[in-house]
Design a protein around this ligand. Structure first.
Ligand SMILES: O=C(O)C(=O)C[C@@H](O)[C@H](O)[C@H](O)COP(=O)(O)O
Length: 369
C-alpha cells in the first residue's frame, strides 16, 4: 500500500554487520559530507564515480559538501549508458582507484543511475578485496530500486550483470530533487521498476501508481516521495529476508528474465533497462495467463498502466530459439532449467520452476501473431 510520507525518512536495511540506512530527503545532496562524517571516524580521501551526463550537473555540489566536511576528493567520470557497463569501464575505475591510491577504509561514492551504481559497487567489492561504498542514486530507477540491496555487476556479451557480487553499500543517500534534470524517457523507464513492486506484492500500490501516473511523470513532490518511500520499504523488506537471492528475492526479477534477454538481443543499444523490464513484464503476464496461473485480463490491465506511463508496449519479433538461448544465461536458472517470475494476479508474484520450452515457443508465437 502507498503511504504518504514526511519529507525526510530513514529506512534501516538490517543485515547485521552489513546494516545500512536509506536516507530519503529532498535537498539532501548538499549534505553528503556531513553524512559521510557520521559514518567514518575521520575524514580522509574518497572517490566520486559518475558519468559524463550527471557529473556536470551534480559533481560540484557533492565535491563542495565533501570538501567542507574535510574530505579530499578525487573523481572518475565514465561514459553514459548501459552499453558501457563493461569490463573496459570497470578497468577505468580500477586504474583511477590505483592512481588515487585509495586505501581499504576510504570510500567510493556512486553518483548516478543504475549503471554507475552497479559498476561502482562491483569495483568497491574487488579493489583491495573490498572498500566501503556509498550510493547517491540520481535516476528514478536507481532511487526506487537498484541503489538498495547490494546487487553489483557489469554486463558480458553473453548476458546482463553476469559478472558481479552481492556487496552492500554503507549508505544510500536519496535526494528526489535531482530527478528534475532527468529526460522524460528516463523517468518513464524508472516508473516501470516502481510498478513492479505493486505487481509482485502490493496490489493497492499498483492501483495507486495507475491513478497517480500523470503526477508521477510530472515529478509532483508528494507523489514522487510516496513512490520512492513505498518502493524502498518493499525493497528493504525483501533484501532483509533474502540478501543473496536464495529464494524470494528472485521476485524482484519480475520482467527481468525476458527483459534482460531483450537488452542482450538488442546489444544494450535500443531500450533503457526499465523499458525492457516493462516489455518483459508483459510477456511474463501473458505467460502467467497462458499457463493458467493468472486470470484473463491481467496482461491488459498492466499494459493499460504502462500506456499511461508512456512505456513501450511492443517490440520487434525475435525467434523463440534466440529467446531461449538468451534466457539460458539468466542467473536464476538451475542447471539448464530457466526459472520465471510469474503472477497469480496483480500483487501476487511467484517463482515458476516448471515452465517448459514449449510454453515459451507458444508465448512467442502468440506475440508474433
Ligand atoms: O535487487 C534485485 O534483486 C533485483 O532483481 C532488482 C532488479 O530490478 C535489478 O535490475 C537487478 O539489478 C537485476 O538483478 P539481476 O540479478 O537479475 O541481474
Amino acid at each position: 500500500m502507498a503511504e504518504s510520507q514526511a519529507t525526510k525518512q530513514v529506512y534501516r536495511v538490517d543485515l547485521g554487520a552489513r546494516a545500512y540506512d536509506i536516507h530519503i530527503e529532498a535537498g539532501c545532496l548538499k549534505r553528503i559530507g556531513e553524512a559521510l562524517n557520521g559514518l567514518f571516524s575521520r575524514p580522509a580521501r574518497c572517490m566520486v564515480i559518475s558519468n559524463v551526463t550527471i557529473a556536470p550537473l551534480y559533481m560540484a555540489s557533492v565535491r563542495t559538501s565533501l570538501e567542507q566536511a574535510g574530505w579530499q576528493v578525487s573523481e572518475c567520470i565514465l561514459p553514459d549508458g548501459e552499453r558501457y557497463k563493461t569490463m573496459e569501464s570497470f578497468s577505468l575505475i580500477m586504474d583511477a582507484l590505483m592512481e588515487a591510491r585509495l586505501s581499504r577504509n576510504e570510500p567510493v561514492i556512486a553518483l548516478g543511475g543504475g549503471v554507475v551504481g552497479d559498476m561502482t559497487g562491483f569495483a568497491a567489492s574487488c579493489y583491495r578485496r573490498g572498500i566501503p561504498f556509498i550510493q547517491i542514486p540520481t535516476t528514478v530507477l536507481a532511487q526506487v530500486d537498484s541503489s538498495v540491496g547490494g546487487k553489483t555487476a557489469i554486463n558480458h556479451p553473453h548476458g546482463k550483470n553476469m559478472i558481479g557480487a552481492f556487496y552492500q553499500p554503507r549508505l544510500v543517500w536519496v535526494d528526489p530533487e535531482v530527478l528534475h534534470t532527468l529526460a522524460a524517457r528516463e523517468i518513464r523507464a524508472g516508473i516501470a521498476e516502481a510498478i513492479k513492486y505493486g505487481l509482485i506484492r502490493d496490489a493497492a500500490f499498483f492501483d495507486w501508481m495507475c491513478s497517480n501516473m500523470q503526477a508521477a511523470l510530472a515529478l509532483d513532490p508528494a507523489v514522487i516521495s510516496t513512490m520512492i518511500h513505498t518502493c524502498c520499504r518493499h525493497k528493504a523488506e525483501v533484501v532483509m529476508q533474502d540478501e543473496t537471492e536464495q529464494g524470494m528475492r528472485a521476485l524482484l526479477n519480475l520482467g527481468h528474465t525476458f527483459g534482460h534477454a531483450i537488452e542482450s538481443m538488442t546489444r544494450y543499444t535500443t531500450y533503457l533497462h526499465g523499458e525492457a523490464v516493462a516489455l518483459g513484464t508483459l510477456l511474463a503476464a501473458r505467460l502467467s495467463e497462458q499457463t493458467g496461473h493468472a486470470p484473463a485480463g491481467t496482461e491488459t490491465k498492466i499494459a493499460a498502466c504502462y500506456q499511461q506511463a508512456g512505456l513501450p508496449l511492443t517490440m520487434p519479433d525475435f525467434d523463440a530459439a534466440l529467446w531461449l538461448d538468451a534466457m539460458g544465461h539468466d542467473k536464476k536458472n538451475v542447471g539448464a532449467r530457466i526459472r520465471y517470475i510469474l503472477l497469480r494476479g496483480i500483487g501476487d508474484g511467484f517463482i515458476a520452476e516448471d515452465i517448459q520450452p514449449e510454453s515459451i515457443r507458444r508465448l512467442i508465437a502468440s506475440y508474433h501473431a
